[in-house]
Design a protein around this ligand. Sequence first.
Ligand SMILES: Nc1ncnc2c1ncn2[C@@H]1O[C@H](COP(=O)(O)OP(=O)(O)O)[C@@H](O)[C@H]1O
Ligand SMILES: [Mg+2]
Length: 229
Amino acid sequence: MQRILILNPKGGSGKTTLATNLAASFAVSGSWPALMDLDAQGSSMRWLSKRPNEQAPIYGIAGFSRSAAVTRSWQLRVPRDCDPLIIDTPAALETHDLPEITRGADIILVPVMPSDIDIHTAAKCIADLLLVAKIKRSDDRIGIIASRVRSKTLVSQSLMRFLMSIDIPLIATLRDSQNYLRAAELGVGIFEMPTWQVSKDLDEWHSLLGWLDRDKESVNSSPEVAVRG
Ligand SMILES: Nc1ncnc2c1ncn2[C@@H]1O[C@H](COP(=O)(O)OP(=O)(O)O)[C@@H](O)[C@H]1O
Ligand SMILES: [Mg+2]
């Protein structure tokens, strides 16, 4: 089972949008993905609760809730047939949380909005992933997604400069599109909306899905899921 962690300590950077649309894209293509929500705001789980019954199933794990009745590992268990596991994480993650939350992740996707503040926070997040969580650049596990990109603006250019300076790949650029808001309201992904409406957005996802696919061969198959205990 491939584990895809979506991470950026900045709220509003597009984590939940990426997590839910990714889950929907896998579901549409015939996999049975699991979507784990570690954010107490529960946005991914709210999206899943709106999901129409006729859509392809996604297994939801409300990792933020604590229950005295079951153990943590039981609460976070992922059915054996699920693949991949997509993990949506909260904003305001502390640096010292990173080693644990990234343990066992095959892929770490960092969505970044093209604003100076967001670029600055992302730079710190990537530095922490490399230095604190000890993810090796050579593992090629970290990918950046530029999110809500309006056009080739000056800030987008400074995002590109930043990416070149840190030598972490930009996997996809997702434009600012109302389709993500519509999809969120309906509990679907853009892959489940009429093609004429979303064709521009779908084009932007091909490079991301291709990059994830390239990795599938090499993922480990241990059943452990590393999340904050
Ligand atoms: N590419 C996009 N185009 C338009 N709106 C977007 C896009 N990505 C995210 N959003 C919107 O931005 C807001 C924050 O995104 P969200 O995914 O919830 O961020 P996070 O989970 O990092 O806090 C949401 O209202 C979401 O619908
Ligand atoms: Mg979120």
